[in-house]
Design a protein around this ligand. Structure first.
Ligand code: ACM
Length: 260
């Protein structure tokens, strides 16, 4: 399965242009699975809840339907971050959505909001879950979720083989380190897709990377440029949790002595 990350600098608050760019990239790259950054359709910063509401999309938005159609046309699974409006209760989530060809999209709502996100977004209520794509089980996280090992562990225990991780990272080097470790400690593949560029006072740190179940970096992007990275992986490698002849990372856990 060929998977990739497209690191770019979204145009602030211009959903039409960002959707168009994303669809063009997907048509040109023709991967099995491609991940884009957190809040790819709008950029990261919202000054107020009202400004966020103007940029948040309900699930039946024409822009999301366009991405769904693009997934079908290209037979590519697309994962990207966007501001999600729940039309039933008015809540707005920092979400990651996955479009799989011909299927209903699945949405994960960011569980751990970072810094000023807490002022405008609602905390995610989707919990951690996995879903199938081709021969693999996929899980999604969004950016700051990487700081909480419980998040990735929850996905691995539900069978995740690949974690798709749209991000807008500002803490230099942190996620490049944690996601290698999360890959290794859970024996899974990890697609960290960060953005690059700046918005107002924030400098986003790029460095998107794909890691394997041993925590090795398979490919990585620059700190500051728009870039596609991709790699051919064998998802079933993530089913092997054996570390040595006598160690298995699931079976060896000491649930009798942990305090979680
Ligand atoms: C972050 O969660 N966007 C740092």
């Amino acid at each position: 399965m060929r998977i990739g990350c497209y690191q770019f600098n979204p145009i602030a608050y211009d959903i039409e242009q960002n959707v168009s760019l994303i669809c063009n990239v997907i048509k040109e790259t023709m991967l099995d699975l491609i991940v884009f950054p957190e809040l790819s359709l709008t950029g990261y910063i919202f000054e107020s809840r009202d400004q966020l509401r103007e940029n948040a999309l309900p699930i039946d938005s024409p822009w999301l339907l366009k991405l769904k159609q693009c997934s079908l046309d290209t037979q590519t699974a697309i994962v990207l971050g966007y501001a999600e409006l729940d039309s039933y209760n008015g809540k707005i989530y920092n979400s990651s959505i996955c479009f799989r060809p011909g299927l209903d999209p699945v949405t994960y709502r960011k569980s751990h909001l970072f810094d000023r996100e807490t002022l405008v977004f609602d905390s995610g209520d989707s919990g951690f879950f996995t879903f199938d794509y081709k021969s693999a089980k996929i899980g999604m996280l969004v950016c700051f979720d990487h700081y909480f090992p419980e998040a990735a562990r929850s996905l691995m225990l539900q069978g995740a083989q690949i974690i798709c991780h749209p991000s807008n990272l500002v803490l230099e080097g942190a996620a490049q380190l944690t996601t290698r470790v999360r890959s290794m400690e859970n024996r899974i593949f990890w697609c960290l897709c960060n953005r690059c560029g700046t918005q107002q006072d924030l400098n986003f740190t790029g460095g998107s990377q794909i890691t394997d179940p041993k925590g090795e970096v398979l490919c990585s992007a620059s700190r500051d440029r728009t870039e596609l990275i991709s790699f051919d992986i064998t998802p079933k490698m993530a089913l092997n949790k054996q570390i040595s002849k006598r160690n298995d990372i699931i079976e060896d856990r000491r649930m009798d002595i942990y305090t979680l």
